[in-house]
Design a protein around this ligand. Structure first.
Ligand code: AMP
Length: 442
């Protein structure tokens, strides 16, 4: 899984290797091993890798190194680095990674995503920043209002390009790219390479290097995964049936919402099953009580939301039950990874109603696995199973956290500093250029 080379041997500077050591990372992952030298050299890169491979650090570390060694800073409303990513969650995670790895070097990071008040984001952008991590819709909005200008971007990262396309962001992405200086370094990551992604890559990358890693052999392979097609209204009874089966000794039940988690736990208790809920609206004391009960075996089913479940570090979880499927495939991987720990075997059962079929498809695409169907339970919904089989998948319900507004009008001219980078010369930060200067379509 990891490289024999150390981070120092890859050419990373001390402030970064110190931050990595703080995190307990001893060696680069394969994608880091392959990508970091090219990126340090200023080359364009196409990385084929999915979440979980360490791809964020693979682009964040060379970018941080460039920022640390460069002089000068961003101008008002501008950023030196733009990272575009499809969802709010990813934007937050990526920004966190930049902060974490950049903790011993000075770096300013701003995150922009939709679904929240824009004012704090506008205020933060007023002074400009080193790294701007954004989802496409809100970024375009702020560009159109004149709050963000992209003329100073020197490195552009397009993260999760395939999901960007799946989620219908391609037009927004293209409009944003059109506002970037053509003289820049471009990095594109995608888990899969459908034709449309290749086409996009060929228009935005110049003489790029290509690196690819196969999905990591994680514990996920040891987990027996099943999908149970069920009508939404039958989910609770199906859950009760499963939980009363003998081999369910300790289960985490995932709900998409806090309110849902409460309701499920309350209903289970009414049915006479020991259960408790854990989520962000509960006090720290209540969460710890629930966890203790779960750890001690007094609570058989802990109903959790994704965020709350991150803090759960308990072995011997026999089952993960996805009462609701997550709209983020990575959440699925994180969820089911909570079973089958320390070499144990685990089971992951996912309920899927018609509205969730699109999520199931995304999960299977990301994990590159086909989840077997369990049609033996008494609430099996043959109609939903057939819809999936035949590809008749309804559009998923609108989520508040998909980070952006569809569509969008034309952009304003953002001026740009228009400072062309001379081959082998210096950029505005006074840094030597290793970046090739080819023409690219924008
Ligand atoms: P990513 O693919 O960027 O989502 O990263 C997956 C996870 O791997 C994150 O939790 C990172 O913090 C972690 N990670 C990244 N690089 C390393 C490394 N070299 N060693 C161990 N863990 C890492």
């Amino acid at each position: 899984m990891t490289s024999k080379l150390s981070f120092e041997e890859l050419g990373l500077i001390k402030p970064l290797t110190r931050a990595l050591a703080d995190e307990g990372y001893t060696h680069p992952t394969p994608i880091q091993d392959k990508a970091i030298p090219y990126l340090l050299n200023g080359e364009d890169l196409l990385g084929i890798a999915q979440t979980g491979t360490g791809k964020t650090a693979a682009f964040a570390l060379p970018i941080l190194q460039w920022l640390a060694e460069a002089e000068g800073g961003p101008s008002a409303r501008s950023a030196s680095v733009l990272v575009l990513t499809p969802t709010r969650e990813l934007a937050i995670q990526i920004a966190d990674s930049f902060q974490t790895y950049g903790r011993h070097s000075k770096v300013s990071v701003v995150t922009i995503f939709g679904g929240v008040n824009q004012n704090p984001q506008v205020t933060k952008m007023r002074r400009g920043c080193d790294v701007l991590v954004a989802t496409p819709g809100r970024l375009l909005d702020l560009m159109e209002q004149g709050h963000v200008k992209l003329g100073g971007v020197e490195t552009f990262v397009l993260d999760e390009a395939d999901r960007m396309l799946d989620m219908g962001f391609i037009h927004d992405v293209k409009k944003i790219i059109a506002k970037l200086p053509t003289d820049r370094q471009t990095v594109m990551f995608s888990a899969t390479m459908p034709g449309e992604v290749s086409k996009l890559a060929s228009t935005i990358l110049v003489k790029h290097k290509r690196v690819e890693v196969t999905p990591p052999a994680t514990t996920v392979e040891r987990i027996e995964q099943k999908v149970l097609f069920v009508d939404k209204k039958d989910k609770l009874e199906l859950l009760y049936d499963l939980l009363t089966e003998k081999d369910v000794t300790r289960a985490i039940v995932f709900s998409r919402t806090k309110h849902g988690a409460n309701k499920i736990a309350e209903q289970l208790v009414k049915f006479g099953l020991s259960s408790d809920a854990i989520h962000g609206n509960k006090s720290q004391a209540a969460r710890q009580r629930a966890l203790k009960g779960f750890r001690d075996g007094k609570v058989r089913a802990l109903v959790a939301t994704d965020i709350a479940a991150r803090g759960i570090d308990i072995d011997d979880i026999s089952h993960i039950i996805n009462y609701d499927l997550p709209n983020e495939p990575e959440s699925y991987v994180h969820r089911i990874g909570r079973t089958a720990r320390a070499g144990a075997e685990g089971k992951a059962l996912s309920f899927c109603c018609a509205e969730e079929l699109a999520y199931l498809r995304d999960i299977e695409r990301t994990t590159r696995t086909r989840i077997a169907m369990d049609g033996e339970h008494k609430f099996h919904c043959a109609g939903t199973a057939e819809m999936y089989e035949t590809g008749n998948i309804p559009k998923p319900p609108k989520q508040g956290n998909r980070g952006g507004r569809p569509g969008g009008g034309g952009g304003n001219r953002n001026g740009g500093r228009g400072k062309p980078r001379a081959k082998g010369g210096k950029n505005h930060r006074g840094q030597s250029q290793g970046r090739p200067q080819q023409k690219r379509a924008s």
